[in-house]
Structures are given as structure tokens and as C-alpha cells.
Write a protein that binds this ligand. Structure first.
Ligand code: NDP
Length: 240
């Protein structure tokens, strides 16, 4: 039986590319999403991948959503914590809700998904978590104290959970993407984006498929000796 992978935020952007890459490798994929029904419907029509709607920032919704995936597709072997949002602004203009929404969804989502799935992986002696961090969690970014804190937290979460999973065949790794050409980056003003791209050593935005390839590698059997690591896929930006 093929392994079952849940990709949070798996219906568009980087998550869509991850869902497709894992399906191409023969995994049974469940793509979670938050509420963009039109996109989710089009995604399933195009790919044949099942979609499941829940808010990863809602603890009980994650428990219920993962139970539903397991009932329909089988026990969950792989979790890709990809769902994320931005609510950018300098501290003076950032509201508590801007802070809290980003922490709740981007970082809290990882905890909620782990609580829903880690126990089963442990019982079966095999599991994979790949958590999508960010170069801005490594280096910080003006106007993103919420996002940088949440993404930096993901890197700590990854190393801590990796230590708990290691003796049970569960690996936990992170990927730190740089700027990738998705809807999230389309929201960045053109003048700001131009300055950002000028600072990327390879001189361009990344493509979602380039992040997906890294995720697929970390999910594989051949990556069994890699845990607690962060793979930087950002055109060299993490060095600056
Ligand atoms: P997009 O905005 O293009 O897509 C976000 C996805 O996450 C959508 O599928 C969305 O669902 C889902 N989502 C959002 N909130 C929730 C929630 N509360 N519960 C469940 N699903 C949710 O994002 P990207 O593809 O650009 O980014 C993917 C990940 O990569 C994020 O974690 C982001 O922080 C990270 N990243 C992105 C970079 C970039 O340059 N794009 C750079 C570095 C990191 P729906 O369609 O229903 O709204």
C-alpha cells in the first residue's frame, strides 16, 4: 500500500507543487486548504488529488481533519506543514490580530498537525515531517516581526521534534525557501520586490517546483539519516 501524505495548504502555490511531486512518486496525497473552494475544485479536477478543508490554526479541526484523511485514505505517514500566511507591517502598525493570526496558523499549525499524527507514526515505526520555514525566519525581515518569529519558531520546532522522533523512525526536517513566484509574493509591491531580487545571488525568484523537489527528497527512504536539518532553497539568499 502506498504511503499517505498530507500537504497543508496543498492546493495552490508551493503546496500545489509539493502535492504534485509526491503524487508523481506514488504517494497517496491529501491536500488540505483553508477556504478557497474555487481553487481547490480546479486543483482536484486537474490532478485527481483529494482535498480536505480545515484551518490548521484550529487544534480540534486538525485532529478531526487528520482523522477524516486516515479514514478515507489510510494512516498518515507523511506531513508537509506548508500552510502559511503573511500579515506584514512595521511593528508600530502591526495589530495584535496580525501577530496572532500568523503565529496561530504558521507555527501553531505545525504543533496541531504533529499532535494529530505523531503518535500513529510512532506506533508504526515510520514517519516524515517536512516543515516549510523561510529565509526570513533565518535572517529576519523588515516589516515581518510576526512572520519571522513564526518561521524562526518552525526551525526550533523541527530540531526539537526531530530529537523525539529519531528512535521511532520518524524524521523531522525543514526547508527554508527564499522568494518564490506564488500568490504570496505577487502581493509584495513591485518596487520592493525588485530590491529583494537584486539581493538574491542567483538573480531570480524561485519556482514552486524547486521547493517541491527538496520536500520529495526529504520524504524518501534515502533521506532516513537526515533529521533536524534545514535545507535552504533560496538562491543563496540565506548567506546575506
Ligand atoms: P500561497 O499564499 O500561494 O498559498 C497558501 C496555501 O496555504 C493555500 O493553499 C491556502 O489555502 C493555505 N492556507 C492558508 N491559511 C491556511 C489555514 N489557516 N489552514 C489551512 N490552509 C491554509 O502561499 P505560498 O505557496 O507562497 O507559500 C507556502 C508556504 O511557503 C508558506 O508557509 C509560506 O510562508 C512559505 N514560504 C513562501 C515563500 C514565497 O516566496 N512564496 C518564501 C518562503 C516561505 P486556500 O487556497 O484555501 O487559501
Amino acid at each position: 500500500m502506498s504511503k499517505v501524505a498530507v500537504v497543508t495548504g496543498g492546493t495552490r502555490g508551493i503546496g500545489e507543487a509539493i502535492s504534485l511531486a509526491l503524487k508523481a512518486l506514488g504517494y497517496t496525497v491529501a491536500a488540505n486548504y483553508a477556504g478557497n473552494e474555487e481553487k481547490a475544485r480546479a486543483f482536484t479536477e486537474k490532478t485527481g488529488i483529494a482535498t480536505f478543508k480545515w484551518d490548521v490554526g484550529d487544534h480540534q479541526a486538525c485532529l478531526d481533519g487528520c482523522a477524516q484523511v486516515a479514514e478515507q485514505l489510510g494512516p498518515i505517514d507523511i506531513v508537509v506543514n506548508n500552510a502559511g500566511i503573511t500579515r506584514d507591517g512595521v511593528l508600530a502598525r502591526m495589530s495584535f490580530d496580525d501577530w496572532n493570526d500568523v503565529m496561530r496558523i504558521n507555527l501553531g499549525g505545525c504543533f496541531n498537525m504533529a499532535k494529530a499524527t505523531f503518535g500513529g507514526m510512532r506506533e508504526r515505526g515510520w514517519g516524515r515531517f517536512v516543515n516549510i520555514g523561510s529565509v526570513n525566519g533565518q535572517a529576519g525581515q523588515y516589516g515581518q516581526v510576526n512572520y519571522a518569529a513564526a518561521k524562526s519558531g518552525i526551525h526550533g520546532f523541527t530540531k526539537a521534534l526531530a530529537q523525539e522522533g529519531a528512535k521511532f523512525g520518524i524524521t523531522v526536517n525543514a526547508i527554508a525557501p527564499g522568494y518564490v513566484d506564488t500568490d504570496m509574493v505577487a502581493a509584495v509591491p513591485a518596487a520592493v520586490l525588485e530590491k529583494i531580487v537584486a539581493k538574491i545571488p542567483v538573480g531570480r525568484l524561485g519556482h514552486a517546483s524547486e521547493i517541491a523537489r527538496g520536500v520529495a527528497f526529504l520524504c524518501g527512504e534515502e533521506a532516513a539519516f537526515i533529521t533536524g536539518s534545514t535545507l535552504s532553497i533560496n538562491g543563496g539568499q540565506h548567506m546575506y
